[in-house]
Ligand binder design. Structure first.
Ligand code: FAD
Length: 493
């Protein structure tokens, strides 16, 4: 009898727990209208009218035709990791490009690859790795699409290359009027500089020919240093060294040494070939890293703990590791996945001339402290100057300061983040730097114009190639409103 009672009680508890788990699951995922989209920051919910996932050029053309017939705008998305509404628009016919992802041609002799724009860098890596080749420029992680990466003109961690535009030979573009055009530095050259870094506003990138490089083997070395030492260290140990394939730095988030202590990680080519060095690695320690990252989100001491653990386990000063390029270019990222209803993580990036780096970090520290910004990571990279893209951000050689920040999702939290972002943009501008356009729409239109004085000319060219603003997104909607007829006229002359 007692046993039966215990069994019944256990059953009841299991049922209640089960129901509670179901309720929690559905409160997070319920009523999720499949037409409501958001990016990875979960701050830009937008309802589209329909989602089309084309697999062929024909289906893409039909999708545009359908949008035209319905009188709707078209938005284009890869993995939706841009964070400012760049990949969707209210009521639009939304193109999810991720099934348009075939590898078309690999040339080992020319070291080039042609892929459809919905392919991810992971797919490219999986395809080229057996041939001893590697991607030349991509983000620090491989989860993004090639089309989304071109449209943001991304940069990576190989200090010998500038933004991805350097490695693009050509692409084909499906335009608002239904034409498909070849675009390269010699054919439709203006579109080459507008589309790369142009956030999907000129048409759908169909396929892209990219330059590849060798899957070199590197010796990884980590050196602890203070932020004041970093520019000189970079200049003497990394810059202009043809054997340095990957380089980045990190600054402390520990309240005891915030934005002061740091370390630099450099991968230098080596002839060593340990067994399995070319096998593509999978992400390990996801739960461990998620746990430490979570602690650093909510606790000041957690920040210190994570900062120290990172140097004990991941980037260990004095330790040497041998690793192939394709594995360096697929670092862990899953541990960052986060779905709290109250808060979220966002990225920001500032491009600062090396001469102003120390001043910028000092200003950044003051703003972080005054505004109590929940800073979770600070990464440093080098981006050599490249003027090819119309909306270029690396006009001179610059040190990129990448910030990973936690913010509240409430209206108040958003307002606060907007305020401190505008202070950071001002700080970057006062240091002759720029900011990356691919993140939140927090900078004011006036700041956008100050940092990107070419923006009105860009918007005018958008309207030249796409008179009815067929391709639209929320980033464009936010900033395009204020182009003045006088500027448009001036530009047209
Ligand atoms: C965790 C994280 C790490 C990041 N790391 C880096 C980094 O190391 N370096 C860096 O430079 N950036 C980095 N970024 C920014 C990232 O590179 C950009 O957000 C990039 O656009 C993401 O690619 P996506 O496939 O998600 O594109 P989406 O966000 O889906 O789209 C971005 C833009 O591309 C357009 N687009 C997409 N596909 C096409 C197409 N086929 N034709 C025309 N337009 C198209 C969209 O309309 C949109 O305007 C990072 C972002 C996150 C969240």
């Amino acid at each position: 009898m007692t046993k039966r009672l215990v069994a019944m009680k256990c059953g009841l508890v299991a049922l209640v727990v089960g129901l509670m788990a179901t309720a929690v699951y559905f409160s997070r995922h319920d009523n999720q209208d499949p037409l409501i989209l958001d990016d990875v920051s979960r701050l830009n919910q937008t309802r589209v009218s329909e989602i089309i996932r084309p697999r062929s050029e024909e289906e893409l053309k039909q999708a545009l035709e359908r949008a035209r017939r319905l009188g709707r705008k078209v938005s284009i998305a890869g993995k939706m990791h841009s964070q400012g509404g760049h990949a969707f628009y209210h009521d639009a016919v939304h193109l999810d490009m991720t099934a348009f992802n075939k590898v078309i041609e690999l040339s080992e002799s020319k070291k080039t690859i042609r892929v459809q724009s919905g392919a991810t860098w992971k797919q490219v890596q999986d395809h080229v790795n057996p041939h001893g080749l590697a991607v030349a420029v991509m983000q620090s992680s491989n989860i993004f699409t090639v089309g989304g990466s071109l449209s943001a003109n991304v940069h990576g961690r190989d200090p010998r290359y500038g933004p991805v535009i350097e490695t693009v030979r050509s692409f084909r573009l499906l335009m608002a009027d239904g034409r498909v055009v070849n675009v390269s530095r010699t054919e439709n050259a203006e579109l080459f500089s507008l589309v790369i870094g142009g956030f999907g506003l000129f048409g759908v990138i169909l396929d892209v020919e990219l330059e590849l490089t060798e899957n070199s083997v590197y010796k990884k070395q980590t050196v602890a240093l203070n932020y004041r030492q970093y520019p000189a260290y970079f200049e003497s140990h990394v810059k202009n060294r043809p054997d340095v394939g990957i380089h980045f730095g990190r600054l402390s988030i520990d309240p005891e040494s915030r934005l002061s202590d740091g370390y630099a990680v450099t991968y230098t080519e080596t002839d060593e070939r340990p067994e399995s060095v070319f096998h593509l690695a999978q992400e390990h320690h996801i739960s461990r890293d998620k746990f430490f990252f979570g602690l650093s989100r909510t606790k000041e001491w957690g920040k210190g703990l994570r900062w120290r653990s990172q140097q004990n386990w991941v980037d260990v000063p004095g330790e040497v590791e041998i690793v192939a390029r394709n594995n360096v270019m697929r670092p862990p990222i899953q541990f960052l996945e986060y779905d709290s209803t109250d808060d979220t993580d966002i990225l920001q990036e500032y491009f600062i001339p090396p001469a102003s780096f120390v001043e910028f970090i000092d200003r950044l520290r003051r703003i972080v402290e005054d505004e109590e910004i929940n800073l979770l990571s600070v990464t440093l990279r080098f981006v050599p100057a490249n003027q090819e893209a119309f909306l270029n951000y690396a006009r001179n050689d610059c040190l990129a300061v990448v910030l990973y920040i936690n913010q509240q999702r409430s209206a108040d939290g958003i307002q606060k983040a907007l305020r401190w972002t505008q202070k950071l943009v001002d700080a970057a501008q006062q240091c002759d730097g720029t900011y990356y356009l691919v993140y939140q729409r927090y900078p004011s239109p006036a700041q956008l114009r100050m940092v990107y004085p070419q923006i009105d000319h860009f918007l005018e060219r958008k309207r030249h190639y796409d008179q009815n603003e067929f391709f639209k997104n929320r980033f464009y909607e936010h900033y395009a409103g204020s182009i003045t007829p006088a500027i448009a006229e001036e530009v047209n002359q």
